[in-house]
Design a protein around this ligand. Sequence first.
Ligand code: ADP
Ligand code: NI
Length: 216
Amino acid sequence: MKNQIIKRTEVFVRKELGEDATGHDWFHVDRVRRNALHICTEEKTGDPFIIEMATLLHDIPDEKINESAEAGTAKLNAFFQSVGLAEETENHINQIIETISYKGGRKTKLETVEAKIVQDADRLDAIGAIGIARAFAYGGKKGQLIYDPNINVREEMSLEEYRKGKSTSIHHFYEKLLKLKDLLNTESAKKMAESRQQMMLRFLEQFYLEWDGQDS
Ligand code: ADP
Ligand code: NI
């Protein structure tokens, strides 16, 4: 039964996200699911079904891939309608999806261990080698520069500024990516983040050397 629901959800998500090039493609979702289930096993806590469903669906209502936040929510709700989960289960999954997003540093207190695990897994996929690739993919799609030394790094920003303000993909490392490791909830995720953090720091070091023509 649960297996069948997972399969149906996979089919739905693949269809919805398949072509997205802002970093929310199916492979992102699949990596987040795998990392979340891995953390769940390591930490020996959390309901794997809730975790798997929430990771599969976590980007479906995202305002960036829908006409509006409302349209995204409607799409998710229509899918829930068609599956017919227990109300408690559906509410829990919904609550996870609603609370985990970063959105410019917004700090929402997470209520459940499942939410903490899903958030950690999503954040792990924003850092490291994959995170670097996603930042430049997103930046290219948005038409932003890879780097411009004349633009300041923004410290505090509203959601509006985070989405619309002028920035570069290199700036995004300071505005979000390098901060993520200290925002992780679980020990397992913190452990996985270490080598990913090192990878980003090494990348930036080399990037500036090459930018300044100092790498030889
Ligand atoms: P969230 O919804 O959690 O705030 P996003 O959906 O905005 O995260 O991010 C999707 C991917 O695109 C992530 O890997 C993120 O780091 C990257 N990204 C988001 N905003 C930018 C940006 N301004 N420049 C470069 N990459 C970005
Ligand atoms: Ni995601």
